[in-house]
Design a protein. Structure first.
Length: 149
């Protein structure tokens, strides 16, 4: 037990010297087989000394690690599949927009933007920058995008 009276590690609870002494007497009594301690403190000390065996298998930690890794792989597979589905949906919606509006889709899109044609130019530049950044990442680290999870 901690007997540092200046900075007890009690999480902000005031240090009680009498209770600490009672716990210490019960700990020693439980160790030595004595009964000269507070009955409640003695029961606690005895329970702590004679904890029942847990009965975990020898490879329990490995089993938990494998389970966590399987759950992580499953979650990342789901996220990857959702990302692919959203990318396909975005591509299909872009193709449908171009098919519906024909050559006028850019003008129709520019009309919906607050800045008009200038805003469309900036949006196109931002899209090109994102595509270039993604492409550069694929060139620098080939295969990491697929096996990153």
């Amino acid at each position: 037990m901690n007997n540092d009276r200046h900075e007890p590690h009690s999480g902000g609870i005031p240090f009680d010297e009498a209770q600490w002494q009672a716990q210490e007497r019960a700990r020693l009594a439980a160790r030595d087989g004595g009964t000269d301690a507070d009955a409640a403190e003695l029961r606690i000390a005895h329970a702590l000394r004679h904890a029942p065996p847990v009965g975990l298998s020898a490879d329990f930690a490995a089993q938990v690690a494998a389970l966590a890794q399987a759950q992580t792989a499953s979650a990342s597979r789901l996220e990857r599949n959702l990302l692919h589905a959203l990318t396909i949906a975005f591509g299909l919606s872009a193709a449908a927009t171009v098919a519906y509006y024909g050559r006028d889709w850019a003008a129709a899109f520019a009309a919906t933007l607050p800045g008009g044609a200038d805003a469309l130019t900036w949006a196109a530049m931002a899209a090109l920058c994102l595509a270039a950044n993604w492409g550069w990442g694929l060139l620098r680290h080939p295969g990491t995008q697929r096996h990153h999870a």
